[in-house]
Design a protein around this ligand. Structure first.
Ligand SMILES: [Ca+2]
Ligand SMILES: [Ca+2]
Ligand SMILES: [Ca+2]
Ligand SMILES: [Ca+2]
Length: 248
């Protein structure tokens, strides 16, 4: 092999086969790139003007403006009540808080959206955030569930559409007061700032649920528009991850 290459180089170097070798590659070079160049860019260019299309038929997250997504449910204090193991007369949580947290978001835009690039964060330190790093389709008038743990055996028994454990995902839902903020490069799409039970519900094992008749990114700023979830899921907590809310 090496000898062959050396040999052909020698030939070229000696000028023996200059006409032969120069004619062959040049004809290949002249036909191939030109045909590729003529077809590829034009097809790409024709899809691009359809705007923020992600190439898969769904609109990109940067298309969204304030109110186009709505935070509808926040499981800040998952619990799954079990036996009274510490003997204080009250049943104890059997689910580790940080393994069972999740947030539900509703697509109010009217068209399917690819949420890749959505930034989910709070008002605190920069570590309390994550960016959706892969394609994540939210249907029109549909939901996605962001979960801290995708294992249904240890997360309280719900299906996460996107798991934010690991990487830059230090995102936690305080059991007191905290914020959930959805942003793209244009700004904030929706935010909810829940308090420590002053106006928002505050019961362990029940997700904070936006009343189903209040599907609005402004109205979800008001604590009294939220309720304790009215139906059980998974291992026994109450909530409706991925489905329309109900109130207790
Ligand atoms: Ca928590
Ligand atoms: Ca937080
Ligand atoms: Ca809001
Ligand atoms: Ca729900």
């Amino acid at each position: 092999m090496l000898y062959g290459i050396l040999f052909s180089h020698l030939f070229i170097a000696c000028g023996e086969k200059t006409t032969d070798t120069s004619s062959e590659p040049s004809s290949e070079a002249s036909t191939e790139p030109s045909s590729e160049a003529s077809t590829e860019p034009s097809s790409e260019a024709s899809t691009e003007p359809s705007g923020e299309d992600t190439g898969t038929g769904n609109l990109a997250v940067d298309t969204l403006a304030a109110g186009d997504l709505i935070i509808t449910e926040i499981q800040k204090n998952p619990c799954v009540l079990g036996d009274d193991t510490d003997g204080d007369g009250n049943p104890d949580c059997t689910l580790e808080d940080e393994l069972g947290e999740w947030v539900e978001v509703y697509n109010n835009f009217g068209e399917e959206i690819n949420l890749k690039g959505l930034i989910v964060h709070d008002d605190g330190s920069e570590s309390e955030m994550f960016t959706v790093s892969e394609d994540l389709i939210i249907p029109a008038q549909g939901f996605v569930v962001f979960g801290t743990n995708g294992d249904t055996a240890t997360n309280g028994g719900y299906d996460a559409d996107y798991v934010y454990t690991g990487g830059d995902a230090g995102f936690k839902l305080s059991n007191g007061d905290d914020e959930v903020i959805l942003s793209n490069t244009q700004g904030v799409i929706d935010e909810v700032r829940y308090d420590n039970g002053d106006t928002f519900p505050d019961d362990k094992g029940y997700s904070l649920s936006l009343a189903p008749n209040v599907l609005d990114a402004i109205d979800n700023d008001t604590g009294t528009n939220w309720c304790n979830a009215g139906s059980p899921y998974g291992d026994g907590d109450s909530g409706s991850p991925g489905e329309e809310n109900s109130c207790q």
